[in-house]
Ligand binder design. Structure first.
Ligand code: PGA
Length: 300
């Protein structure tokens, strides 16, 4: 026995309106076509579904029992259509994401996987420092930003992702490069290669050291983690960077992490959006993906 979705719709409409004519109007069919479908179902199943009461088509008790299932089938079908519609919407839209320079190491992998799963999405990615990210958010530019904790009072919505530990790094040839434990004072007398003003990493380091009454003596100021790593490797000083930015250099032993009092500085990555910015279905999808998957892309 086979019942088509159309037959279930016809049965359900006649049951609801108790009339072939009204059911036909509802389904944009002719009245004889509706009556034929019902006869066909009754013939195929051997079950009488309706009995005529004057002009009304009244359900038999068997028919009444079947309405329970026809409603379920039609509801499930409607849900499926809605789900399909929203999937079609989110598979073709625009997404604008900005990430902090330091977050690129994991954020690019995260975005690559998201793009691979949703090929129709047109993704724009910008990489810049914290100061510029806050400016972009203020101007409603990106859907989402991945950065360190944003400051309060900026009309932002932010959710914590995973830890972002800041560590002291040295070239393996540096005189402090050993597994020894150093007091903060031992290290602070050294020269440091630091990030530019406006970098979240730099602000966090300065705030942290200020609590202990220190500030970095800087030998060089650099705009990216890549150049900091090269400079530290070349022996131009120590550095303080996110552990997430130096994994390949640690693996290949081009850099070492020093054991220093009050380090690592414990920070966290956040996904941030501007309060009041309307989130598209694509942006919602991206948000859920990041909340669920981000920690998979870092090694701590
Ligand atoms: P940045 O990022 O140091 O690359 O600006 C880190 C942050 O947003 O805190």
């Amino acid at each position: 026995m086979h019942l088509s979705l159309r037959q279930i719709q016809v049965f359900d409409a006649v049951a609801q309106y108790e009339s072939y004519t009204r059911a036909a109007e509802m389904l944009h069919m002719t009245q004889p076509a509706v009556s034929m479908q019902i006869k066909q179902i009754e013939a195929d199943t051997g079950v009488a579904l309706f009995e005529r009461q004057g002009r009304r088509m009244q359900l038999t008790s068997a028919g009444r029992e079947l309405t329970h299932y026809s409603r379920q089938v039609l509801h499930a079908y409607k849900d499926m259509q809605e789900a399909l519609e929203s999937l079609q919407q989110v598979n073709s839209g625009q997404l604008i994401v900005s990430v902090a320079t330091t977050a690129t190491y994991f954020a690019t992998k995260l975005l690559a996987e998201f793009s691979a799963q949703h090929k129709g999405i047109d993704l724009t990615l910008d990489v810049t420092n914290r100061e510029k990210l806050l400016f972009q958010l203020e101007n409603f530019e990106p859907d989402f930003v991945i950065m360190g904790e944003p400051p309060a009072g900026f009309n932002l919505q932010s959710e914590r992702l995973m830890e972002n530990p800041l560590v002291v790094i040295a070239a393996p040839s540096h005189r402090l490069a050993s597994s020894a434990w150093y007091e903060l004072g031992d290290v602070m007398s050294e020269q440091f290669v630091v990030r530019e003003m406006g970098s979240g990493t730099r602000t966090a380091i300065e705030r942290h050291l200020r609590q202990y009454g220190y500030r970095c003596q800087t030998s060089l100021e650099m705009r990216s983690n890549e150049t900091i790593k090269h400079a530290v490797e070349a022996g131009l000083g120590l550095g303080i960077v996110s552990l997430h930015a130096i994994q390949p250099e640690l693996d290949s032993k081009r850099l070492v992490v020093l054991n220093v009092e009050s380090f690592p500085i414990r920070r966290h990555w956040h996904i941030v959006s501007r309060k009041g910015k309307r989130l598209s279905p694509v942006a919602e999808l991206f948000h859920d993906f990041v909340m669920k998957e981000a920690s998979r892309f870092v090694r701590v």
